[in-house]
Design a protein around this ligand. Structure first.
Ligand code: DMJ
Length: 664
């Protein structure tokens, strides 16, 4: 486009000066040169060959001139652009609004104007300096790395890895938001100071014992599952796997809260918040983890309203669910929290699951469904209930062993103590916890208790009522310390029992409480043995050496407390106080509280374990025994089998996900 006007202009000049004959001044119209093949045939008629030749010569000379000018004349702007282009590759171009555009939006070309030129140079310089500095720093770092030892480098890499893992954890395993649910009625969570000064003094003593147990654990066993109070170090058993899950902290926090030990509670909460992690390769007992951890966390949540407890409970519950992946849906006794692989105890009859274990999940699992909206928990425990309801029961009794593969009973052994106990307790408490709407649970409880009374409850020659054990058609006249909880259960279930038998069951509760007190009173230490007999002239005493120990268990005191709440008979406080004195005298050591190996010896040896249930249950029930009844009233709270209070859910107004509407 640029060449055409120039060409025309040159021709006219040339015509004037050098070739007037060739280009007529007038009369001969010289057509405007226009590109296109059709122009030339039109002119061929008017130009001679020589003229054509000369014209061609001039044209080619002109073109040569133009090309020469284009390639050989110096062109500043072109060079500059080339220069800048290269720099643009090396130096990132900063296009600030100030530099690139005027306020009017007009683009400023680099290099235009002395001021801009100068500023541009300065920016280039500073960018170059920055690049240089970066290179030098990288070089320096590389040199330093080379100077470090292998160990130092390994440690550095590990720290980096940990950081990345931490970040990932925060992102991925961040607490899932839970649906908002109406908070059940939470009343009487603290205080309960008794009006009588002597009772208050006793209560203060129990609070002091709790503080000693907690402080010792805090000092010597913090983060471990339990404490060795003599060796003054951490302790664990196989029920918690090989991991440090802080069982004592989780089991104890609700007791701390109830007792108003606020600093200690805060300390426990902080540990749970920062350290309680369930993504560990640990094979744990589903039952123990449920009653101590999930129960403890849920109770701490309801009492304090702190979300962290709820979130941790849900995280843990998710890890327990794979235990239910069995052919029958009866869960394994143990589950690996990481792999989800489950199995049963090696000692259990024919690879069976244990009645008291798979039958003691209902309370916590119903609360989990309530709080999460996830029907899975509720469905799992209801499935167990349905399966049991369909099975034949020898003499109406539930054997303690059930094979989760075949769905058949193992050994026909029935007990209200170890292996069976809390299965019956949870039937009653399912009914209470549902605001008495779960009538199926109540009926199952009533039927079971009737069979137990008929086949297992007996009176000794000395007039002591006891609960024996059924073994393959034979009644063993032996009662375990664990079975002593049943006194409280009978009293708790009295109201609502069929055929107006409330008085009868309250009486049965009182008789069991009396027998269990006798088992304490007939020892040297005034602490009860693990098991005691009613045979061959023996009345509530242990015979075998391996049944003479007391490991800070709560069941007898638990029954005293329920009996106190229902009767206000002062003997229960008196018996409770005897237990406090005996525990303080024989189990207290400088590093906490320990179990003793022989309650019939005036010089007992310690077992060197401070059980987590001592803080969760024994001291809590003692404290409640010396508190007024408005602390955790039984109309509003139901205690799980580890003494963790859970509020009554008014299920008459709520339909749990996965359930039918409840019927009154
Ligand atoms: C506690 O962990 C629970 O009470 C459980 O139900 C059985 N016994 C221990 C304490 O003895």
């Amino acid at each position: 486009r640029g060449l055409l006007p120039f060409f025309v202009k040159s021709i006219s000049n040339g015509q004037k000066m050098t070739t007037p004959a060739l280009l007529p001044l007038s009369g001969r119209r010289i057509p405007t040169l226009s590109p296109g093949a059709s122009s030339f045939p039109h002119h061929r008629a008017t130009l001679r060959l020589s003229e054509k030749f000369i014209l061609l010569l001039i044209l080619s000379a002109f073109i040569t001139l133009c090309f020469g000018a284009f390639f050989f004349l110096p062109d500043n702007s072109k060079h500059k652009r080339f220069d800048l282009g290269l720099e643009d590759v090396l130096i990132p171009h900063i296009d600030t609004p100030k530099e690139g555009k005027h306020a009017s939006g007009q683009v400023i070309i680099h290099g235009q104007g002395g001021h801009d030129e100068h500023r541009h140079r300065e920016e280039e310089e500073s960018l170059r300096d920055k690049i240089r500095a970066d290179h030098e720093r990288a070089l320096q770092e590389a040199k330093e790395k080379l100077r470090k030892s292998r160990e130092e480098l390994k440690a550095e890499i590990q720290t980096e890895k940990n950081k990345v893992m931490e970040d990932l954890k925060k992102k991925d395993v961040g607490p899932k938001p839970l649906p908002p649910v109406p908070m059940p009625k939470v009343v009487g969570v603290s205080d309960g100071e008794p009006p009588e000064p002597d009772v208050k003094e006793k209560r203060d003593k129990i609070r002091e014992m709790m503080k000693h147990a907690w402080d010792s654990y805090r000092q010597y066993g913090w983060g471990h599952n339990e404490l060795k109070p003599i060796a003054k170090k951490g302790h664990s058993t196989n029920i918690f796997g090989n991991s440090q899950l802080g069982a004592t902290i989780v089991d104890a926090v609700d007791t701390l809260y109830i007792m108003g030990l606020h600093e200690e509670f805060k300390d426990g909460q902080e540990w749970i918040e920062q350290n309680l992690d369930f993504s560990v390769n640990a094979e744990v007992s589903v039952f123990e983890v449920n009653i101590r951890f999930i129960g403890g966390l849920l109770a701490a949540y309801y009492l304090s309203g702190q979300e962290v407890f709820k979130l941790k409970a849900v995280q843990l519950a998710e890890k327990l669910l794979p235990a239910f992946n069995t052919p029958t849906g009866i869960p394994w006794a143990m589950v690996n929290l990481k792999s989800g692989v489950g199995r049963n105890w090696g000692w259990a009859s024919a690879g069976s699951s244990i009645l008291a274990e798979f039958g003691t999940l209902h309370m916590e699992f119903v609360h989990l469904t309530y709080l999460t909206g996830n029907p899975a928990y509720y469905q799992k425990v209801m499935h167990i209930r349905k399966l049991l309801a369909k099975m034949d029961r020898p003499n109406g009794l539930y054997p303690n062993y059930l094979n989760p593969r075949t769905g058949r009973w193992g050994q026909h052994h029935t007990s209200v103590g170890g292996l069976g106990d809390s299965f019956y307790e949870y039937l009653l408490k399912a009914w209470l916890m549902s605001d008495k709407t779960d009538t199926e649970a109540r009926k199952t409880y009533d039927d079971a208790i009737e069979a137990i009374e008929r086949h297992l409850v007996r009176k000794s020659n000395g007039g002591l009522t006891f609960i024996g054990e059924w073994k393959n058609g034979h009644l063993e006249r032996k009662m375990g310390h664990l079975a002593c909880f049943a006194g409280g259960m009978f009293a708790l279930g009295a109201d609502g029992s069929p055929d107006d038998k409330a008085g009868h069951y309250l009486q049965l509760g009182a008789e069991i409480a009396h027998t269990c007190h006798e088992s304490y009173d007939r020892t040297v230490l005034k602490l009860g043995p693990e098991a005691f007999k009613f045979d061959s002239g023996l009345e509530a005493v242990a015979v075998r050496q391996n049944e003479k120990y007391y490991i800070l268990r709560p069941e007898v005191i638990e029954t005293y407390w329920y009996m106190w709440r229902f009767t206000h008979d002062p003997k229960y406080r008196q018996w409770g106080w005897e237990a406090v004195q005996a525990i303080d005298k024989y189990c207290r050591v400088s590093g906490g509280f320990s179990g003793v190996k022989d309650v019939y010896s005036s010089n007992p040896t310690y077992d060197d374990v401070q059980q987590s249930f001592f803080l969760a249950e024994t001291l809590k029930y003692l404290y409640l025994l010396f508190s007024s009844d408005d602390l955790l009233p039984l109309e509003n709270w139901v205690f799980n089998t580890e003494a963790h209070p859970l509020p009554v859910l008014h299920l008459g107004n709520i339909t749990l996900p996965g359930s039918e509407p409840a019927q009154r």
